[in-house]
Design a protein around this ligand. Structure first.
Ligand SMILES: Nc1nc2c(ncn2[C@@H]2O[C@H](COP(=O)(O)OP(=O)(O)OP(=O)(O)O)[C@@H](O)[C@H]2O)c(=O)[nH]1
Ligand SMILES: [Mg+2]
Length: 703
């Protein structure tokens, strides 16, 4: 069993290779910086050899600038030989060899056994690049295997090279790529006498980044004494090193690589970019793409949604007819089944949303969106790179916030983290959909522009506009000074891997159903109990009151029965809970049932739907009805007989869900990424405050 680390420049195909070797499903996308954390899996290399493989974030060099690069750096620089990877497989992009060779040359000098996998040979070929692989092997002193991780080609040869290296048929590169020792001879010498088993080049890194490497106290002391004894100027050493490397790389390139004149052979990508990054067309196309994204979430999905809703209503009606009326059938039909159907309905939308985002990432258009929006982002204190987290925030804020590790500048990264949860995540989608269906008429402008679709887009847009505004305000308040720059490598356009897209859609639907399903089951059970039972004294008082009333007016038995049930609900534990927060939320147009939904939403926003299903079922008459949740909510009445879901309440509630911070997982991940409770606390306060204010205004405007 050996430990292998996968390293290389961003977007070179590491995660694709990792998936091919381990059979896992690490996220792959066509832009630099997809992987931001390490992930381990195991792979059978040969009958005798199994490897534990770790996929790492991409790095351009061993001088990390971003949080994700530091993750890789720490793994490679690990002082404990038992933990450090036994072997490194470096994936180099053959179509950009010159840039990739800088990191290659640094890894060679680390003196960890190394195998190079040369990916993107197909693109190199299209660009007219010819590579003399045996010659390159000789110059670098390491085995080089051409592979295609995307098509899973060349894996056997790669495994063979790994096996041979493990058997020490290939040794760790014996020659240094450049004379590292001479960069600071005495200091390196002194340090190597204290810390054993490190190469000259690794010693230099220990001297430069002493505080970032998990060294023990003794090792740190050794480094400090070496630095005191002999001269060591980190900046100078680093500059000298890079210069020498590029000089040598130039030589290696001219020995082994023939490149056509780049002007002669324009790639398809470049001609496409002329349009897609055009000063005016580029932006128009971008707007068109985003518009289509939202219209299709609403419009295409509406067909399967209707079918699912209809089937569940039929099922409930049928079961209602054959099941005996008892507390358990009530619980099953109105609690569990209602909750499940409420969630199943949204699977088509979730799938389309994730499918389209994957499409944007896979083709390489996502990176172009960054490029196009950099100027705007900069005005509000963020960076073109913030766009990728923001757009993935439409799916879920948790991975989106992690992906901000790719942003160099600390302040820009912090601002992006602070506003990303304002983007409407997929858990809000069910809430929006059901509320829109309730209060917005199903009409079309010009026969195709759905008003409901426009409102949906408006909600997403509200999140975006608020994110930009809040970022602008925070930019003025937060005092961190750091130089900012935007360097983003534009990947070549690639055809999406359809299989991958469908797997992602399927996976997301499965996870959504499983997670939301579990939470909803549990919450509906608890909620059912809380709304059926209450303090004995109060509940008994209601029952006694109605017993007398029924005796007095036997002809009105039916209506009295309904009134009794709703009064019982109001006196149940759930009712008391909702009523206790009612004073706070009445100004927003919410009643106590909505109050309960706001509380249960803290478990997950989509629980709103299930909660509504349960609350509006309890205390209602269901003899054989086939109403969908939407119809039940539409019929909901206040005690005075007025409708609950008016335009004002509906809009106010939607806006509340756009802006409020209701997600524990997001707060937890913000705490982890910012390493303090301060930022999640600020986020909780500002978002909830903003939500309250805006909902208040909306309710009073549209009431
Ligand atoms: N044409 C071509 N495309 C490839 C090849 N290998 C990978 N790709 C594509 O390159 C893109 C990047 O692949 P990833 O595996 O995510 O790259 P990565 O190195 O993990 O990237 P980061 O995590 O961002 O550092 C994906 O769109 C792959 O389908 C290859 O040999 N040829
Ligand atoms: Mg990756």
């Amino acid at each position: 069993m050996i430990n292998i680390a996968l390293v290389g420049n961003p977007n070179s195909g590491k995660s694709s290779l990792f998936n091919a070797l381990t059979g896992l499903k690490q996220k792959v996308g066509n832009f630099p910086g997809v992987t931001v954390d390490k992930k381990t899996g195991s792979s059978v290399i040969s009958e005798q050899l199994t490897a534990s493989i770790i996929d790492l974030p991409g790095t351009y060099s061993l001088y990390p600038k971003r949080a994700d690069e530091w993750v890789t750096y720490e793994v490679l620089m690990q002082p404990d030989i038992k933990v450090r990877p036994d072997m490194v497989v470096l994936i180099a992009d053959a179509s950009n060899l010159k840039r990739n060779l800088l990191f290659c040359s640094q890894m060679i000098d680390m003196k960890i056994p190394l195998v190079i996998g040369l990916s993107m040979m197909d693109i190199a070929k299209k660009k007219g690049i010819e590579i003399d692989i045996p010659g390159l092997e000789r110059d670098l002193g390491v085995p080089i295997v051409p592979i295609n991780p995307r098509k899973e080609k060349g894996l056997n040869q790669l495994k063979k090279a790994i096996q041979d290296t493990a058997k020490q048929l290939y040794k760790a590169p014996s020659r240094d790529f450049i004379a590292n020792h001479e960069l600071a001879p005495e200091t390196v010498q002194a340090l190597k006498q204290e810390i054993h088993g490190i190469s000259d080049y690794m010693a230099i890194h220990y001297l430069i980044n002493t505080n970032h490497i998990p060294l023990d106290a003794e090792q740190k002391a050794a480094i400090h004494s070496a630095k005191e004894q002999y001269p060591f100027n980190a900046t100078k050493v680093q500059a000298e090193e890079i210069m020498q490397r590029y000089a040598r790389i130039k030589q290696v390139m001219s020995n082994n690589i023939v490149e056509k004149d780049p002007l002669q052979k324009a790639l398809f990508t470049e001609s496409l970019d002329k349009i897609l990054l055009h000063r005016t067309w580029g932006y128009l196309i971008l707007l068109g793409v985003l518009f289509l994204l939202f219209q299709s979430i609403f419009w295409i999905a509406s067909f399967p949604m209707d079918a699912i809703e209809w089937s569940f209503a039929q099922l409930t009606g049928w079961l209602g007819g054959i099941l005996p009326s008892a507390w358990w059938s009530d619980l099953f039909l109105n609690g569990i089944l209602a909750g499940l159907s409420g969630i199943m309905v949204f699977v088509p939308q979730i799938m389309i949303l994730f499918g389209l985002i994957t499409l944007l990432e896979d083709t390489g258009y996502m990176a172009r969106i960054s490029f196009l929006t950099d100027k705007l982002m900069r005005k509000v204190g963020m960076n073109g790179k913030s766009v990728m987290p923001l757009i993935s925030g439409f799916a879920c804020a948790v991975p989106a916030i992690m992906s901000t590790r790719n942003i160099e500048n600390r302040k820009e990264r912090l601002l992006t983290i602070m506003v990303t949860p304002l983007m409407s995540c997929s858990a809000r989608l069910p809430v929006y959909t059901i509320l829109i269906a309730l209060v917005i008429p199903q009409k079309y402008y010009f026969g195709f522009l759905s008003i409901q679709g426009l409102v949906m887009m408006g909600l997403y847009l509200l999140g975006v506009v608020m994110a930009l505004t809040v970022s602008y305000v925070f930019k003025k308040i937060i005092k961190i000074q750091e130089r900012s720059f935007f360097i983003l490598e534009l990947p070549v356009y690639r055809a999406p891997r359809w299989k991958n897209m469908f797997i992602t859609m399927w996976e997301k639907a499965r996870i959504f159903l499983k997670d939301a399903g579990q939470v909803i089951m549990i919450i509906s059970l608890i909620l059912w109990a809380l709304s059926t039972f209450g303090p004995h004294k109060d509940m008994q008082a209601v029952r006694d009151k109605y017993e007398v009333l029924v005796k007095q007016n036997p002809s009105q038995g039916n209506e009295l029965d309904k009134a009794e049930k709703s009064e019982l609900l109001a006196n149940s534990y759930a009712g008391k809970l909702g009523k206790s927060i009612e004073p706070v939320i009445t100004p927003l147009g919410f009643d106590w049932k909505i109050g309960i939904a706001l509380i249960t939403s803290l478990a997950a926003r989509e629980v709103f739907v299930g909660t509504m299903a349960t609350l509006y079922s309890v205390g209602e008459d269901h003899s054989g009805d086939q109403l969908t949740l939407r119809q039940k909510m539409a019929m909901a009445k206040e005690e005075d007989g007025s409708k609950v879901y008016t335009l004002g309440t509906g809009l106010s509630l939607m806006i509340f869900y756009v802006l409020a911070m209701q997600c524990m997982s997001t707060l937890a991940v913000v705490k982890r990424e910012t390493r303090s409770w301060k930022w999640p606390a600020i986020q909780l306060v500002y978002m909830t405050g903003l939500a309250y204010l805006m909902s208040f205004i909306a309710y009073h405007l549209f009431r």
